[in-house]
Design a protein. Structure first.
Length: 103
C-alpha cells in the first residue's frame, strides 16, 4: 500500500503539469483584464504605457510595469494554490515535490 502511494506521489507532479498550465493561462488572461481595468481607473486611459513609448515618462512606464507584474504574480499564485489544494483534496497528495512547486 505504501509502495503504491509513493508511486502515485512520484507521478502526480507530471500529471499536474497540464492542469497547472491551463490554470496559469487562465490566470494570465484574468490578470490582463484586471490590469487594463485598473489602469483605466487610475489614469483614465485605455492603453497603458509601453517601455518604448516615447511620449511617456519613466515614472509612468515603471508604475505600469510594477502594477502589471504585481497583478500577474497575484493571479498566478492564486491559481497555483487553488489547483494544488484541489488536487490535494481529490487525491490526498500535494502536487509539488519538496517545498516549492515552480522551477
Amino acid at each position: 500500500m505504501a509502495k503504491d502511494r509513493n508511486r502515485t506521489k512520484a507521478k502526480l507532479p507530471l500529471v499536474y503539469k497540464p492542469v497547472g498550465f491551463a490554470l496559469g493561462w487562465a490566470s494570465g488572461a484574468l490578470a490582463g483584464i484586471a490590469f487594463r481595468k485598473t489602469w483605466k481607473a487610475i489614469r483614465h486611459e485605455d492603453d497603458a504605457p509601453d517601455a518604448l513609448d516615447r511620449d511617456r515618462g519613466w515614472v509612468e512606464v515603471l508604475l505600469a510595469a510594477a502594477l502589471q507584474g504585481a497583478l500577474f504574480a497575484v493571479a498566478r499564485s492564486a491559481a497555483d494554490r487553488t489547483g494544488a489544494k484541489a488536487i490535494e483534496r481529490s487525491t490526498g497528495v500535494w502536487p509539488a515535490t519538496g517545498k516549492g512547486g515552480r522551477d
